[in-house]
Design a protein around this ligand. Structure first.
Ligand SMILES: [Zn+2]
Length: 529
């Protein structure tokens, strides 16, 4: 989420979510931090969405919970995806549909929209004109010269803005480290075709629920090889229905069937396209690998990972691929076949854009620090002065005054976790640390019954362990550590329950740390006799 401020008004560009990592168990999604704008919601003139990916639109329901009537601006497909999502949150948005070539004003911001291509159709770059200067933000984009929908990135438009004078260029960094040019979507058709030609039984395709171009390829290949297609997963079914209705997905009549209808067909006539609960594919695949999914992978099935393998998660991805292979599946992924091309511009395309746009200032966006840095280096190589290339992380404030961009401060930008129905608060870093500790080492509860008149324990201390696995002798050892601690503390008799609980927890924690080098989550409870 980027917030632009001019003359006291705020313009938001994109409002996405992140998906949790392995160190954040139980977290559904991660939101941007609205705290800086929370007290100024009335100053927001619009939220502009560059395209329909979750990391650009997923936070909109949470933003509109703060103020429901913020105008939501985007292309036809982007708005259709975001409205379907808002419907599930029972929010009726104020939508303003725009398309490439159009100009619209919102408060002091004069916006112009330009076509860009990406792995989802109908993406837009946005040029923002104010009295402070001209900003061009690309959103996610690439320069596919043979896109499936023939909609090219508007390079003449980029050049025209360059002639007018772009004061700040904000451009997609995701693939800035990748040399050369991103392959065209058309280039993967032969690899997908070969999968379909040789698959003996069912083909199960996993994809992001928004990856319309790739799903089009799978549908085309299914049609060519006489397979029927079923969508599996709520967001996949919903998004593909929308994309087809609006004409972004072309499906031959009768090709799509309900998943139940597949049971009556031969395995060699079946394609399933599925996704995970949040629209991303990994969740569904890992359930399949563990046999927890309704799709039971069997001998001779082909599983096609038609998306990128999410960076940073390689270990869990290979665990999933191993699991699927063990059930007898042939797993085809970008590591062993040309079945994926990126949706993002590589270094060659980015350099091309810098030379076209000739920006005065550059702020790389979208990507991790190393991507931003690599993108900055490209800008500098094309002649943008180093001081005018700003590599910034979330929360950093950049001022654009008289054609010069400068870092001037910082606002709060914590990550906000959505945990079940709760936003922020409950799912704190501490709670996550507890969850990781629970999953690694389990939990032990220590129970004691205290006679408050004598200060003596009525019965031996009892231990209840969940997920804590050690030799059987641990209870004796833990009991002894408590006895020792009590003897040491018992110069005065202890009649206070909470104090006793503290002694239980501390002594057992210390003993376990010494003995096993691991500490479960330890809870002590002392009740009065
Ligand atoms: Zn995207």
């Amino acid at each position: 989420m980027t917030v632009f401020e001019h003359k006291g008004k705020l313009l938001i560009v994109d409002c996405g979510v992140l998906f949790p990592e392995e160190t954040q168990p139980g977290v559904n999604v991660i939101l941007p931090d609205f705290s800086y704008i929370r007290s100024r919601m009335q100053d927001v003139v619009a939220v502009v969405l560059t395209h329909g990916h979750e990391d650009h639109i997923g936070g909109v329901p949470y933003l509109l919970r703060e103020r429901a009537d913020i105008p939501v601006v985007g292309s036809e497909l982007t708005l259709a995806f975001v409205s379907a999502k808002l419907e599930e949150h029972r929010i009726t948005p104020k939508l303003q549909q725009v398309k490439e070539g159009q100009r619209r004003s919102f408060g002091p911001f004069d916006l112009e929209f330009l076509a860009v291509n990406h792995s989802i159709p109908d993406g837009l770059a946005v040029a923002i004109r104010t009295e402070a200067g001209l900003v061009l933000a690309t959103g996610d984009f690439k320069m596919d010269q043979f896109p499936l929908d023939n909609r090219l990135t508007d390079l003449p438009g980029f050049a025209r803005l360059g002639e007018e004078g772009v004061d700040l260029f904000m451009t997609d960094s995701t693939n800035a480290e990748v040399p050369g040019f991103t392959m065209t979507e058309e280039d993967i058709r032969p690899a997908i075709d070969s999968v379909f030609r040789t698959a003996p039984r069912r083909i199960i395709v996993s994809s992001f629920a928004s990856h319309v171009h790739r799903i089009q390829q799978v549908i085309d290949a299914s049609a060519r090889h006489n397979r029927k297609v079923a969508f599996v997963g709520r967001s996949m079914v919903r998004n593909m229905a929308i994309a087809e209705k609006l004409g972004f997905l072309h499906v031959p009549k009768g090709l799509i069937v309900d998943v139940k209808a597949l049971e009556r067909m031969k395995d060699s006539q079946v394609t399933m396209i599925c996704t995970g609960s949040q629209g991303e594919p990994m969740a569904a695949l890992s359930r399949m690998a563990n046999r927890e999914h309704t799709i039971k992978i069997g001998e001779g099935d082909t599983v096609l990972l038609a998306s990128s393998l999410i960076p940073g998660n390689e270990n869990s991805i290979y665990r999933v691929i191993n699991g699927l292979t063990r059930w007898g599946a042939n797993v085809v992924h970008k590591g062993n076949a040309k079945v994926h091309v990126s949706g993002h511009a590589s270094a060659g395309e980015l350099v091309y854009c810098y030379n076209l746009v000739k920006p005065k200032n550059v702020m790389p966006i979208h990507g991790e620090w190393r991507h931003l840095k690599a993108n900055a280096e490209l800008a500098i190589r094309t002649g943008v002065p180093e001081a005018q290339v700003l590599v910034v992380e979330d929360g950093v404030v950049v001022d654009l005054v008289d054609g010069v961009a400068k870092i001037v401060g910082r606002v709060p930008a914590e990550i906000v976790l959505v945990d079940g129905m709760t936003v922020g608060g409950v799912a704190s870093e501490e709670a996550l640390a507890d969850r990781v500790q629970l999953s690694n080492d389990g939990a032990v509860t220590i129970l004691g019954i205290l006679d408050t008149r004598t200060g003596a324990l009525v019965e031996p201390v009892e231990f209840i362990a969940r997920g804590f696995v050690q030799d059987n002798a641990w209870i004796q050892g833990a009991t002894k550590s408590i006895d020792d601690a009590l003897r040491a503390a018992n110069k005065v008799k202890i009649v206070d329950g909470p104090e006793l609980e503290e002694i239980f927890t501390q002594s057992v924690t210390r003993w376990m740390q010494r003995k096993y080098r691991r500490i479960p989550v330890i809870t002590s409870v002392v009740v009065d006799a």
